[in-house]
Design a protein around this ligand. Structure first.
Ligand code: GDP
Length: 424
């Protein structure tokens, strides 16, 4: 049985927590896209962790953590992250890395920085983790697949070829120090030694696991609105954030993904630039940011303050549709207990016409939010374990969202901890 946990919004929906929770009943947890550019925050018996590259299942003894072929594999980062959790008392996780995963190189990080610098105020707000240059190279067919580490002769020739191209840009476009092919090759040899014990034909491994009836969980990063095709292009990430891509980024048949648990945040937040219709500002935003998430809404990777907004039913319904959501996990609802009333964006006004359908970016730039207001519940809902025990206005808010999304809400998260969860 294969399930996917993905985001309906701009990321930071709390997927880490939901994955961690579903990890209890999973045998294998797979990262299928993205890299170390977004973080998942997980709180469990070992403490509080911000994971970037490791799947959120690494805290369990019974799970195998898999880095699929769709991931931007930063090898030293992966090992630093493993060491970081082991140093804090977590047992050494079982890890498998796809032989078809491509390697994020140190120069990808540099190119990311140089390009953001060059763009100045028009920059994408990249986390500068090298993700865009990495995926560009993958599709330009000048990336390095893990498997290529094992053919030294061919590797050397390719390194020379790639450096030649990169150095033209470094010299003439960015005016930065050039790459030394010998150094790049030495780096790759070092990576080979590090990654070799974990290399695996992941699609075959998952094929066998499915035959044995194992539970597999695909863990998405970021959210539907950051997808390069269906998100707020060009202010998107560089790999698909959709559950459908889970089939490709892990190497399994699409029809095996039976359950798509789409994580929806009870209000909106976003990092980086891009259209954000229900964004709020000033004291109203500061208060929500301070109270949001677990200890404030600041990026898990960059520490940047997140942009804040009210719940956007237009964007989230679209996000759920593009994910193919079979059920919704609604998170951080506890944060909203301070509000007298809760604005919810239920439409976009574009050139004087109100729509409930999420448009392409050009039209989105002109959209003004149309709000309705629901009454607040004015109390702390943390610690509540049963849906019926939630205050009536809180249930009304959930049920309103459920109706707008046209997908059943099956989990309500009312706190950052593993047990702060209500099954509806
Ligand atoms: P992810 O990238 O989707 O995994 O999301 P993040 O981990 O970046 O952001 C979620 C933040 O909210 C983290 O700090 C979590 O600990 C926290 N969090 C998750 N669920 C809840 C919840 O229901 N209530 C509160 N207050 N915090 C939560």
């Amino acid at each position: 049985m294969v399930k996917a946990v993905v985001g309906a919004n701009w990321g930071d929906e709390g997927k880490g927590k939901i994955t961690d929770m579903l990890g209890q009943e999973s045998d294998i947890i797979v990262r299928f896209q993205g890299g170390s550019n977004a973080g998942h925050t997980i709180i469990n018996k070992y403490g509080k962790f911000a994971l970037h590259l490791l799947p959120s299942g690494v805290f369990y003894d019974h799970t195998t953590s898999v880095i699929g072929n769709g991931v931007a594999l930063n090898i030293p980062y992966l090992f630093k992250e493993i060491q970081g959790i082991v140093d804090r008392g977590v047992p050494m996780p079982k890890i498998k890395v796809s032989d078809r995963a491509q390697i994020l190189m140190p120069y990808h990080v540099l190119f990311d920085q140089y390009e953001e610098e060059r763009l100045g105020k028009n920059s994408f707000g990249s986390t500068k983790s090298g993700i865009a240059p990495f995926y560009s190279d993958k599709y330009a067919k000048i990336g390095f697949q893990v498997s290529e580490l094992f053919d030294e002769e061919a590797l050397e020739a390719k390194v020379n070829r790639v450096c030649e191209m990169k150095n033209i840009l470094l010299e003439h476009m960015y005016h930065k120090p050039l790459l030394d092919p010998k150094e790049v090759l030495a780096t790759l040899k070092e990576y080979k030694t590090m990654v070799e014990p974990y290399v695996c034909d992941v699609s075959m491994f998952l094929h066998d696991a499915m035959k044995e009836g194992k539970n597999i969980l695909l863990e998405g990063q970021l959210g539907a609105l950051k997808d390069p095709d269906f998100g707020i292009y060009p202010m998107v990430t560089s790999s698909s954030t959709l559950a459908a891509y889970g089939a490709i980024g892990a190497g399994i048949p699409p029809y095996e993904i039976k359950n798509i648990i789409t994580v929806v945040k009870a209000y909106s937040s976003a990092v980086g630039a891009g259209e954000f219709v229900s964004e709020i500002f000033g004291e109203e935003a500061d208060e929500l940011r301070r109270r949001g998430g677990d200890g404030g809404e600041y990026g898990a990777t960059t520490g940047r303050p997140r942009r804040m907004g009210w719940f956007d039913a237009v964007a989230t319904r679209y996000g759920c549709r593009m994910q193919g959501a079979t059920e919704v996990a609604l998170t951080v609802l506890d944060v909203l207990g301070y509000l007298d009333e809760l604005p919810v964006c239920i439409g976009y006004e574009i050139d004087g016409v109100v729509t409930k359908d999420f448009p392409t970016t050009v039209k989105l730039a002109k959209a003004k939010p149309v709000y309705t207001t629901l009454p607040g519940w004015k109390c702390d809902i943390r610690g509540i374990k049963k849906y019926e025990d939630l205050p009536e206005n809180c249930r009304k808010y959930i049920e309103f969202i459920e109706k707008e999304l046209e997908v059943p809400v099956t989990f309500v998260s009312n706190g950052p901890g593993r047990d702060d969860i209500i099954r509806k």
